[in-house]
Write a protein of this length. Structure first.
Length: 404
């Protein structure tokens, strides 16, 4: 009885294997006659991917890969002819999947000839097809990016960027300079940012910079992604790379560096670094603006006011310095009112307001009005003005500000 059972089991296994082989051949014929049938054909082929016998046969994966790239070729031609009905996401993923199928086939591709010598049957065809479609990975990425399949776009660009590390693609990939791959990593950063994968995006932008993509937006996007991750150290490191190239046109970079040192309470090095930059660029208003932030963080009120005033002296249109100076003066007025105004008679309190507090409020209002005039996106300026005019009982200006 046991022998019959084992025999029956063997027959069943052989029958299943033959069925899967037949399935693969049927699918191959279908794909040859109608490459556009790939999406449905690959679904039919899936049982062969999990059957032990057919999944161990390079032929199964070669058929799947060949069908995928043939489908990509036909659909890409339609796209190039202006056919807007093509499913670009499916087209892009077909090429990605095709490369994946080829990679599964290669280690399985060994056939013994009549003399027992091991040869390959599909490897040369696979290498030719893969290398022939290497540049198409960029097209696939663009197709998926256009339809907002950002993870798919990232993957296609990644496969292109890492082609030199893939034996199947290396002969083709090694023909390109690092700067080409720098641009690809930049694109990967954009795709990941839009997918809100901030760490992957940051890593991609940094890699782009490393490979020679040194446009300003690479640094700015990298800093933005580091900011999303609340990583002030990374922000500062990228700013240090950007400042020698773009610091004169964008002093925010020095701000990022100083903010990192402020966060670490390393005021000595922050002051040393900033003073060196100021010595080299004494007419840079933004550097004094950052100096004001640094002094404020240290609790150096006198230094804070002096730095903001210097920033405005150099550039009267520095809206952020105007805002901060107005805020500091308002804060001083509030502090005097709170510390000295308690327990006074009405006459004495009114004298305090007239002599010490209100002049600070009025001076602050002047700077804040100018800041808001230059940049009406500075909502903090409007909020502070509303509070100042309320404290000054200036109903006319209060109504004007509230109507802004």
């Amino acid at each position: 009885m046991k022998k019959i059972s084992l025999f029956g089991l063997g027959m069943l296994t052989a029958t299943c294997a033959m069925a899967q082989q037949a399935l693969v051949k049927d699918v191959e014929r279908e794909l040859k006659s109608a490459p556009e049938s790939y999406p449905a054909a690959i679904e039919k082929l899936k049982p062969a991917f999990t059957d032990q016998e057919s999944a161990s046969d390079a032929y199964t994966w070669f058929v799947a890969g060949k069908g995928a790239v043939d489908f990509f070729d036909k659909q890409q031609l339609l796209i190039q002819m202006g056919n807007e009905s093509v499913d670009k996401k499916a087209v892009g993923h077909a090429l990605i999947d095709g490369f994946g199928f080829f990679e599964k086939a290669l280690p399985l591709d060994s056939v013994a000839d009549a003399k027992g010598k091991i040869k390959t049957k599909y490897s040369k065809k696979i290498y030719d097809l893969a290398q022939g479609h290497y540049l198409d990975l960029q097209n696939a990425a663009v197709y998926m990016y256009q339809v907002e399949d950002f993870p798919g776009a990232y993957e296609a660009w990644r496969m292109f960027a890492e082609g030199a590390n893939n034996p199947m693609l290396a002969p083709k990939a090694k023909q390109f300079a690092d700067t080409v791959y720098g641009e690809i990593y930049f694109n990967m950063g954009l795709a990941s940012a839009l997918n809100k994968d901030h760490q992957k995006s940051l890593d991609s932008f940094k890699k782009a910079i490393q490979l020679g993509y040194d446009k300003k937006n690479a640094y700015d996007f990298a800093i933005s992604e580091a900011s999303e991750l609340q990583n002030t150290g990374e922000m500062a490191e990228i700013a240090r790379m950007a400042y020698p190239i773009y610091g004169k046109e964008d002093s925010r970079y020095i701000g990022f560096m100083v903010n990192d040192l402020i966060a670490k309470k390393d005021f000595a090095n922050a002051n040393k670094m900033l003073d060196e930059y100021i010595a080299a660029e004494p007419d840079n208003s933004e550097l004094y603006y950052v100096k004001g932030i640094l002094c404020d963080s240290e609790g150096n009120t006198e230094g804070t006011l002096a730095a903001y005033r210097k920033a405005i002296e150099i550039n009267p249109e520095n809206a952020r310095a105007l805002l901060q100076l107005g805020y500091q003066l308002c804060k001083q007025g509030d502090a005097i009112d709170e510390s000295e105004g308690g327990g006074l008679s009405n006459a004495a309190y009114n004298a305090l307001r007239t002599e010490k507090v209100d002049p600070l409020y009025k001076e602050a209002a002047g700077y804040l009005e100018q800041a808001y005039k230059i940049d009406n996106n500075l909502d903090d300026a409007r909020t502070l003005l509303r509070g100042i005019y309320y404290k000054l009982n200036d109903e006319e200006n209060l109504k004007r500000v509230e109507a802004m």
